[in-house]
Design a protein around this ligand. Structure first.
Ligand SMILES: NC(=O)c1ccc[n+]([C@@H]2O[C@H](COP(=O)([O-])OP(=O)(O)OC[C@H]3O[C@@H](n4cnc5c(N)ncnc54)[C@H](OP(=O)(O)O)[C@@H]3O)[C@@H](O)[C@H]2O)c1
Length: 250
């Protein structure tokens, strides 16, 4: 069995590649940093790598054409732009939306169609617990993860009789390089990328629709249904301000 993993040079994607390899899967590692991919590929059995900037639609097409024979697609590549909406850089946000939404959408569609034709295949999209909320100070990132969550959940229902599964992974904070460039800390309760990877892979192999890494995250999402939206906005805004070491007004 063969998996293609985006975002495999770091964090959750890297650990997913290692875990899949440890249970006998061939892997294709995708990201921009060649040295990291090369070094990981040399550690793993039966591993190839592909240097690819997924913000380019041509690159997404090329990837699909070159690796059409996979059994599992893992869309883990993602990034965030932190700050107040009126102050963040539009070009950085455009890049983020190209990666978190357009590239994930394109790869999901290209592979889903091919998998359905074949009658088998699995897709794992990495969203976040952020996908369930609106996120002041991290607004477009939260919105991009809501897109991933809702797209994946809907597709998984459409595909339920096709032999193909789509799963969406929704972790809370994970100790990776994510957000470090913007000075964001992971906060209390962050889990290791190894644990996140194991839960995500075990979930997708069981064909689960929504995968949480632990009970706390599942309970947080469940409990939030009973909190008024106005109050939730304030809670999330405070939480984000804390992570960035800022004081939160209101
Ligand atoms: N860490 C958390 O707290 C957390 C929580 C919930 C959800 N998530 C989600 O988990 C996923 C993985 O994040 P992570 O925590 O593992 O972060 P990470 O350590 O920063 O990894 C991000 C990965 O995306 C790749 N990437 C970034 N831009 C790319 C581009 N233009 N083209 C191709 N690859 C690109 C990076 O590789 P290169 O730089 O080499 O290209 C890297 O491999 C993301 O979708 C994130 O939203 C993270």
């Amino acid at each position: 069995m063969k998996a293609l993993i985006t975002g495999a040079s770091s964090g959750i994607g890297r650990e997913i590649a290692k875990y899949l390899s440890s249970i006998g899967w061939e892997t294709v590692l995708v990201a921009r940093r060649e040295e990291r991919l090369k070094s990981l590929a040399s550690e793993l059995d039966c591993s190839a790598f592909e240097v690819c900037d997924l913000t380019s639609e041509e690159e997404c097409d090329r990837l699909f054409k070159k690796y059409s024979d996979i059994d599992l697609l893992v869309n883990s590549a993602g990034c965030g732009v932190f700050g107040e909406f009126c102050k963040t850089d539009l070009e950085r946000e455009r890049q983020m939306l190209s990666l978190n939404i357009i590239a994930l959408h394109m790869l999901t569609k290209l592979y889903a169609k091919a998998f359905v034709k074949r009658g088998t295949g699995r897709i794992l999209n990495v969203s976040s617990s952020a996908g369930f909320f609106s996120g002041p100070l991290f607004s477009s990132y939260y919105a991009s993860k809501a897109y991933v969550l809702h797209l994946s959940e809907a597709i998984s229902y459409e595909l339920r009789k096709s032999g193909v599964t789509a799963s969406v992974f929704c972790p809370g904070p994970v100790k990776t390089e994510f957000g470090l460039a913007d000075g964001i800390s992971h906060g209390i309760g962050a889990i290791s990328p190894e644990l996140a990877a194991r839960k995500a892979v075990d979930g997708v192999l069981k064909g689960k629709r929504i995968i949480y890494p632990n009970l706390q995250t599942r309970m947080l999402v469940f409990a939030s249904r009973f909190i008024p939206r106005e109050a939730l906005l304030k809670i999330v805004a405070k939480q984000q301000a804390k992570k960035a070491g800022r004081s939160c007004q209101n």
